[in-house]
Design a protein around this ligand. Sequence first.
Ligand code: HAM
Length: 421
Amino acid sequence: MKYARPRGTQDILPPDVFVWRRVESVFDETFESFGYEPVRTPVFESTDLFLRSVGEGTDIVSKEMYTFTDRGGRSLTLRPENTASVIRAYLESGMHRRAGTTRVSYIGPMFRYDRPQAGRYRQFHQVGVEAIGTLDPSIDVEVIDVVMSGLERLGFSGLDVRINSVGCRVCRAAYGVILRRALGAVKDELCSDCAERAKRNPMRVFDCKHCTGLTGDLPRISDHLCDECGAHFEKVRSYLQSLGRANEHDPTLVRGLDYYTKTAFEIVHDSLGAQNALCGGGRYDDLVEQCGGPSTPAVGFSAGLERIISVLPQGITDEANAETHTDVYVACVDEVSAGRALQVAAVLRRYARVEMDVTARSLKKQLKGAEKSGVAVAVIVESASPGVVKWKDMAGRTQVEIEDERLADYAGKNLDKLKRR
Ligand code: HAM
């Protein structure tokens, strides 16, 4: 029987996996440089967590969740995003009792049952951060700066930051009345999904691809912000300007998750086509309380690794691909030397990354293999030379014999300067 990977998933294999690792480590270093601490949460959570946080009226909850009942009869869901899980963990572990801002970062797979297409998968991977505990607009800007810095370290430039304010409970309620009234006037022209959204979640109409002709004339939240939300948004934009971070106010940006308040933003890449958001994020000042904690403001972002990697600047891809993954190649020429070759490889591994050839091919073929691996040194073990190994410097094309007793000492002195040159 032949098996295939499930629809909407990908195998990440060499050499691509080295590019992935590079991208992940650039983000890790960036997060650390801003003082964010890594956290890992389970890939499944109780279904109710996502219903309450992401929102029952959203596409994610109503159409895209992988929900199942476990053997104990509990309803569980593969996480479609990680903000809700992080807040659950933050409260469950008592992190909310710490003073000041809690800054956490994460990386991992997310799951959404959607029609697979370029840039949209059923299992995809996000990196992200959440900064919990501060209402000050400077933290919104810090979060945007974190993701932009990570993307710039990867070689991206000229990316578009789109930003909006979606208001708070107070101004959004008043605006909802105005928007519903405006939608009522065009109700016969709305698509069937938007007719439903108009009742349950009217701002989502701005995200509809079928109703773009109508949304241009609808009232926008940014014209109906309360004083506090208006002042917050102005400060975010002015701090972004102080940092020299170009951004564009997009009054139709509403985001697809219900928990947002005030700042909402996306970073888009023009060559991505329909799924052009590399990253989405914003402030969610009510979520901690909705999840059973004290009233605590927070802000964060998540970026999609598949999309980032699909448009990665060539430089970083070339660098990751060019990196050799072993330093030394142990060629074992005859079967009787296998035990010695294993010992030699173990000694060398104290100093470097060592690959052993166990194919019993001819020495010539094994050395070709060493060349292909891009190693700095090939060490030849053969029964014809008992008590010594041949140490072949692949770049200098020189070869010396080293007695077994001297091998550790010689490797210690020579491998550091040979590898990665
Ligand atoms: P989101 O906009 O739903 O936000 O997802 C963030 C990013 O994940 C998107 O911009 C995209 O790059 C990637 N992404 C989403 N769905 C898919 C998919 N099906 N296939 C491939 N990539 C995808 C969130 O998830 C929020 N948790 C962001 C956040 C963090 N807000 C505050 N803190």
